[in-house]
Design a protein around this ligand. Sequence first.
Ligand code: ZN
Length: 467
Amino acid sequence: MLESLGFKVYEKSINQYKDSTVLMARRDDEDYIVVVGDSLGFEGKTVEKDGKHILEAKKTHGNAQLLRKLFPFTAPARGLGKEISMGLGDRLGEATDGHIMLMQKYPKVFPVFAQQSIRELKLTHRDYVDVLDVVTFSTFKNGYKSGYGADGDHLKTPEEIQYAIDSGVSMITLDLSEKIHQEPMSEPVQNHLEAYIGKSVSLSCGHTIDITKEDTLETSMIYHDALLYIEEVYKRFIENKNLDFEISMDETATPTKPVQHYIIASELKKLGIEFQSLALRFIGEFQKGIDYIGDIKRFEQELIIHQAIADEFDYKLSIHSGSDKFSVFPIIGDVTKQRFHIKTAGTNWLEAVLLVAIKEPKFYREMHAFALDAFEKARAYYVVTTDLSKIPSLNELSDEQLPDLLKNNDARQLLHITYGEILSAKDEQSQPIFHDRFYKILNKYHDDYSKLLENHIGRHLSALLGE
Ligand code: ZN
């Protein structure tokens, strides 16, 4: 019946609500919600066919809200407390189908399909409503009923937190980078942590932390404001609310020392702050989109201590900029005893760039050349060690060689951090240079993009889970 209206039905989307059948179907490169029977309040166009009411509804915000109400599996939910969770930031709003394909093979992983920072929203000209709606439609279309999270990522101010909550996120990640003071202070600071001086802490991993006066002074100087701010935010937004809470201290210049981690955790416990995960700044470098840089043995030794502290106070470590860290994934999986949160974002964008390199080499060349020009402006936002001279020149490469650029770390970073410039670039007539064509390619090769994601993020999970 729907075929005669030109629809191709997504079989897994067929759901019943009372006497109505609600499903998703595609016609002329566009997805619709189709309701057979009573239209249940969906907004759209009604047609009569074989004596039945059929409503064709577009993917509007109102229809997404109604889907979440009628079919709660399409709404974000808490799950950060589960053993393994993974953030899958999708800057373009095109990746969730691929992520779902993968997650169906990993039922023990709780996915956070919606995960954006304010910075990402600005650079992609999106908002949380759009980010959430896209995921709602994708879970409905694919019949994904295991639950997912929505993370207001790296939120700094009360206004940002309120905005994310009003938009319906299920998780808040509080970014403390502006409350952490690693610059030397001019005046002598008050030691708020004197009670810890001389304490000797034996951890389950066998390591002992002996806390000195200097440790307490340094920790007080660096983290006292951050602790006050966590308490303020917790009381105002998190306590007694149905929200997952992650505390993020990763975006700082110097690594979090185990003694500092211990004191912070102990203070948070004292203050009665409940949170599911904590992001530290680990030793070495977790740069965007490329493998770990640093001493792997030392990373492992410190991770063991950090994990013992997290075990003692009962929360998970959260690994930020977690994509593509293949050399340390087995260590992370092992040391945490497969209890962690890991965040990925830009790598999903890079797979879209790879798709472009494979399918539309001419367009890729344009984009790559533009990224080279935009690089200096973009790098202000990021800590990266990109060396443009290590990227092979475009005119020395055949079309078939272009996808290999995505294996070059410097090219990966170049394309990783210029996404905002690429997507918002305009020509003299104020028309987008890349944005619309990019989305057209993604739409045309949507299934190929999903397969690239399933494969690439799948490699992350198999390394983390030792499979
Ligand atoms: Zn982070």
